[in-house]
Design a protein around this ligand. Structure first.
Ligand code: BTN
Length: 223
């Protein structure tokens, strides 16, 4: 598997995910990549926006034609791999370092393809982001000259994580579980994070003493 070829790079674009979706519909090959120095209407999950200021962040959207239902979690692991040993994956697919969100992942899948969109704050001045983003955002704290090299690292890590046997990926996730023992709320309940099961679902201990398994895609966490 070779990820990142062919690559379409834009100085400025609305959303790399939007462009990658067009290319996927037109038949682009597995591994094709859309990147941008800046996004003017970057998309986040749950209809939110995602800020990519020029030249200081990764905005990358990969077209994949082979993937499994762990894709967002595998992507989170790959970002955590390059972010360092203290990086945690906040199920289902954010990456946090020192209590701050350094990366977001947005997977958009249809029959036959998925677009894996990844935004990583490599050298972002967090205080200059829109207020709602600045409140939670962190950065890898690298220099802006390192954005391209960081993308190369990320693609290498993704190749490894996307090919990794499922059980081994789940083991890695358990080691980087940001929600373990933490308060979790979703549209339907609340409780304490109690690990990740063998399918990749988030386990939550509920106040009534029961444990429930939340599947990514079926629930929306509010914390
Ligand atoms: C989130 O945490 O809400 C997900 C953010 C995903 C942002 C990335 S940046 C590259 C790609 N293009 C987009 O418009 N969004 C994703």
């Amino acid at each position: 598997m070779s990820l990142g070829e062919p690559r379409e790079h834009h100085e400025t674009i609305g959303s790399t995910n939007e462009r990658a979706r067009e290319l996927a519909e037109e038949g682009a090959a597995h591994g094709a990549l859309v990147t941008a120095d800046e996004q003017t209407s970057g998309r986040g999950r749950q209809g939110r926006s995602w800020a990519t200021p020029p030249g200081v962040a990764i905005a990358a959207s990969l077209i994949l034609r082979e993937f499994d239902d762990l894709l967002p979690l595998r992507a989170g692991l790959a970002v955590a791999d390059i972010a360092g040993p203290s990086a945690l994956v906040k199920w289902p697919n954010d990456v946090w370092v020192d209590g701050k969100k350094v990366a977001g992942i947005l997977v958009e899948a249809r029959e036959g393809w998925a677009v894996l969109g990844i935004g990583v704050n490599v050298a972002v001045d967090v205080s200059a982001l829109p207020p709602d983003a600045a409140a939670v955002a962190g950065t890898l704290g690298r220099d802006e000259s390192e954005v391209e090299a960081t993308l190369t690292e990320l693609l290498d890590a993704l190749e490894t994580r996307l090919e990794q046997e499922k059980a081994a990926a789940i083991t890695s996730l358990r080691e980087r579980d940001a929600l373990l023992g933490k308060s979790v709320r979703w549209d339907g309940g609340e409780g304490l994070g109690a690990g990740i099961d063998d399918s990749g679902a988030l386990l939550v201990h509920q106040p009534d003493g029961t444990t429930t398994a939340l599947s990514a895609g079926e629930v929306t966490l509010t914390t």
